[in-house]
Design a protein around this ligand. Structure first.
Ligand SMILES: [Mg+2]
Length: 371
């Protein structure tokens, strides 16, 4: 079997799908994307055709190594996201070739179903709890919400009190069996993050994600050491080399590699194995589409140190059979490969130009602040 063709599709709301074809008639799907840089990643994917066309798609480890190391300059979000989407599609092809779900090729199932959480928000606690009630009815039992922003470098009493009161009211309003995590989105300074986490620690949140940016690992390690709430990070960290120092410095209890950024299924499996040696858990980051979710499930289903899978879409429209939530979990796929069937007519009907970009925020004085 040989790889014959790579096709990319920018689809709404902001995703990039990749279809890899082979001369055996088997096709595989992946999501190679960096949010806000979809067109750049698309170019990187097509530049990698030189390494892929005419090659055996089953030799995933070798192709991964050639894509990663073969261009002399390695890593970074654009190149590793291109590799990630290609890697997902290659695993999809491999599973279909052997007639088994991908997790069967990765050591077999470590669980019968995969826990997942939904995003939830609201201007007021009442609005949040109203939306959460609908999601609980749909089957979810874990949520994540964001830290309001913009946040000043040293936030004042009014801001801190409003966060504590808002999140406290939400937590008290949720049933006790429902988990709540919070994403700080790397917005606060280290000083602000320490202050806010100390206030939120009594609420027993499931995790606090990206309390600060991840570029300075000792700074994150200091926050992690002081916090009682588990600290999570990883969506902006790439490959096992990127996660090495996070683990060595005990900078996070929960790693959130993104299967569309960190290096795909192949690489996140390795990151998970490294994490296991440090008693760290894996909660794959995924604000993207249904192929990303399917790839996350393949990893979750085959590692022992999995915590919970993020999702923002069960694939309605794009999948002929969207994922279903039951008791907070998604059942393991039973069909070969990633276990999903893409509706290509729906893809064609939902193409867009790939121009989605990140919001840009300012402080009160007009200076830049994190989104
Ligand atoms: Mg996040």
């Amino acid at each position: 079997m040989k790889i014959t063709r790579l096709e990319t599709f920018h689809v709404k709301p902001r995703w990039l799908f990749l279809k890899i074809s082979t001369d055996a008639g088997i096709t595989g799907w992946g999501e190679p994307i960096v949010e806000g840089r979809a067109r750049t990643v698309e170019t990187a994917v097509h530049e990698m055709e030189a390494v892929l066309i005419g090659q055996n798609p089953l030799a995933i480890e070798d192709l991964w190594t050639r894509m990663y190391r073969g261009t002399f300059y390695r890593g970074g979000p654009v190149l590793t996201s291109a590799i990630s989407g290609i890697d997902q599609a290659l695993w999809d092809i491999k599973g279909k070739h052997f007639g088994v779900p991908v997790h069967e090729l990765l050591g077999g199932p470590t669980r019968q179903r995969v826990r997942t959480y939904a995003h939830c928000g609201g201007e007021t606690p009442e609005e949040f709890l109203e939306r959460a009630a609908k999601l609980i009815e749909q089957g979810f039992d874990a949520f994540k919400t964001g830290l309001p922003g913009p946040i000043e470098p040293v936030p004042n009493h009014a801001y801190i009190d409003s966060v504590v009161e808002h999140v406290g009211a939400i937590r008290r309003g949720l049933p006790k069996h429902v988990d709540l995590g919070m994403d700080f989105h790397g917005k606060p300074t280290p000083a602000a993050a320490e202050t806010i986490i100390a206030e939120l620690d009594p609420l027993r949140l499931m995790f606090i994600e990206e309390p600060i940016q991840c570029e300075n690992v000792p700074a994150l390690a200091r926050i992690s050491m002081k916090a009682k709430t588990p600290i999570a990070t990883g969506e902006r960290i790439f490959t096992r080399w990127g996660f090495r120092e996070i683990l060595e410095q005990r900078a996070a209890a929960i790693l959130q590699p993104d299967i569309c950024h960190a290096g795909g299924i192949t690489e996140v499996r390795k990151i998970a194995a490294m994490a296991e040696a440090y008693y760290a858990l894996i909660a794959p980051h995924n604000p993207l589409g249904p192929i990303s979710l399917a790839a996350g499930l393949a990893v979750a289903a085959s590692i022992p140190n999995f915590l919970i899978q993020e999702q923002v879409s069960l694939g309605e429209g794009y999948l002929k059979e969207p994922f279903v939530i039951r008791e907070g979990h998604i059942d393991l796929p039973t069909r070969p490969g990633l276990g999903i069937e893409i509706d290509e007519d729906y893809v064609q009907a939902n193409l867009y130009d790939g121009a989605w970009d990140s919001p840009r925020w300012n402080n009160r004085d007009g200076s830049f602040t994190e989104w």
